[in-house]
Design a binder for this molecule. Structure first.
Ligand SMILES: NC(=O)c1ccc[n+]([C@@H]2O[C@H](COP(=O)([O-])OP(=O)(O)OC[C@H]3O[C@@H](n4cnc5c(N)ncnc54)[C@H](OP(=O)(O)O)[C@@H]3O)[C@@H](O)[C@H]2O)c1
Length: 331
């Protein structure tokens, strides 16, 4: 089979190469063999290849944490047997999905409905589940409350805006490009502010004078620092990404006086602490919200797996215009 591989960490467009003729991996007991159809290029995949992610690759390694494929075989176990022949969304932290075949635990594949395209099903876990988990399971953002988010024009940010519109919580959205304002307002954003127009916390307090009770930030650095500075008394902020690669600053007096909570959120770690039933309910909710168009991923470009270097270069470019998808196989 064909797969993407890297032998050293570094810039993805430089270190990734195609291997053409390697044996397919063998599923162990409790695992399934999946023939991959498509997989998105997420920021976490790029950071993994760069050696900047929470999981470190055992080299040589294949990237690709999520995607969609068809279960071709099982290594044994009841769940795998039930999944055989099904088109499934695949989450994979063991072998990597940017390959014609991959193996993963049977409980890490979720059958997808026929009316969900491969393009949408490929991004089932990472962004949709995170958007719902952060706002509904961790922060429990109530109806009418304000949620502030940075990187709001990204695919996950747009899902949070649509969720707010559907579930009646209000969003203040921070972007770095002015041309995103209209698009985000059309999706249901209550306010969109541009980082370059002045300190984010000041801009937020003009709109919500007491500050916001809830915030999520995947940028860190100066942006994350400003997001935290915009919190109201008793406010809570989830840090869930490190796009700027810089630390945030919180003055202890601000945190003490206002009783702030600033926490990290990582879907994989959070999911491990949940009961099986909670995760099943979450997946059912994600499926329904994807079909309603709330948790939709806009695909900016599709590349065949052979053009992985072009795909990752495109995915790393500012203002890339949607998720970059690797097409791996046909149904
Ligand atoms: N913790 C978790 O479990 C978890 C789960 C899912 C996703 N995430 C994180 O969520 C983030 C967003 O993912 P995504 O799939 O939505 O990515 P995406 O579609 O690539 O969007 C990224 C957005 O961030 C903006 N951005 C990038 N670097 C920035 C910077 N230095 N300062 C300000 N804005 C910046 C981009 O702006 P432009 O449009 O101007 O380029 C874009 O709007 C990533 O950091 C990802 O790792 C974390």
């Amino acid at each position: 089979m064909k797969r993407v591989v890297f032998d050293r960490v570094g810039p993805p467009a430089e270190v990734l190469r195609i291997e053409d003729d390697v044996p397919a991996p063998q599923p162990r007991r409790g695992e399934v063999l999946v023939r991959m159809l498509a997989s998105p290029v997420n920021p976490s995949d790029l950071m993994y290849v760069e050696g900047r992610y929470g999981l470190k690759p055992a080299l040589p390694a294949t990237p690709g944490f999520e995607g969609v494929g068809i279960v071709e075989a099982t290594g044994g176990g009841l769940l795998g047997w039930f999944r055989k022949g099904k088109r499934v969304a695949v989450i994979n932290d063991r072998v990597g999905n940017w390959a014609e075949y991959t193996v993963t635990k049977a409980r890490q594949v979720v059958p997808v409905p026929d009316d969900l395209s491969d393009e949408q099903a490929a991004s089932f876990f990472v962004n949709p589940a995170t958007a719902v988990a952060m706002t509904q399971h961790v922060l429990h953002v109530p109806r009418g409350a304000w949620l502030l988010q940075s990187a709001a024009g990204g695919e996950l940010g747009k899902m949070v805006i649509r969720l707010g519109h559907k579930l009646a919580f209000r969003t203040v959205n921070v972007v770095r490009r002015r041309e995103q304002i209209d698009e985000l307002k059309k999706l249901g954003a209550d306010h969109v502010i541009v980082e370059g127009d002045g300190p984010v916390a000041e801009q937020v307090r003009k709109l919500v004078p007491d500050g916001v009770r809830y915030a999520i930030d995947p940028v860190g650095g100066a942006t994350g620092t400003q997001v935290i500075a915009a919190l109201a008394r008793g406010g809570r902020c989830l840090l869930y990404g490190s796009l700027s690669d810089d630390p945030v600053q919180v003055h202890p007096r601000q945190a003490i006086g206002a009783g702030l909570r600033v926490e990290g959120f990582w879907l994989g770690e959070w999911a491990k602490r949940q009961r099986v039933l909670t995760m099943l309910k979450l997946f059912r909710r994600v499926k329904a919200l994807m079909r309603e168009g709330v948790l939709t991923t806009h695909i900016g470009a599709t590349y065949p797996i052979e053009q992985v270097a072009k795909a990752v270069a495109h995915a790393a470019a500012p203002g890339k215009g949607g998720k970059v998808l690797l097409k791996i196989g046909d149904r």
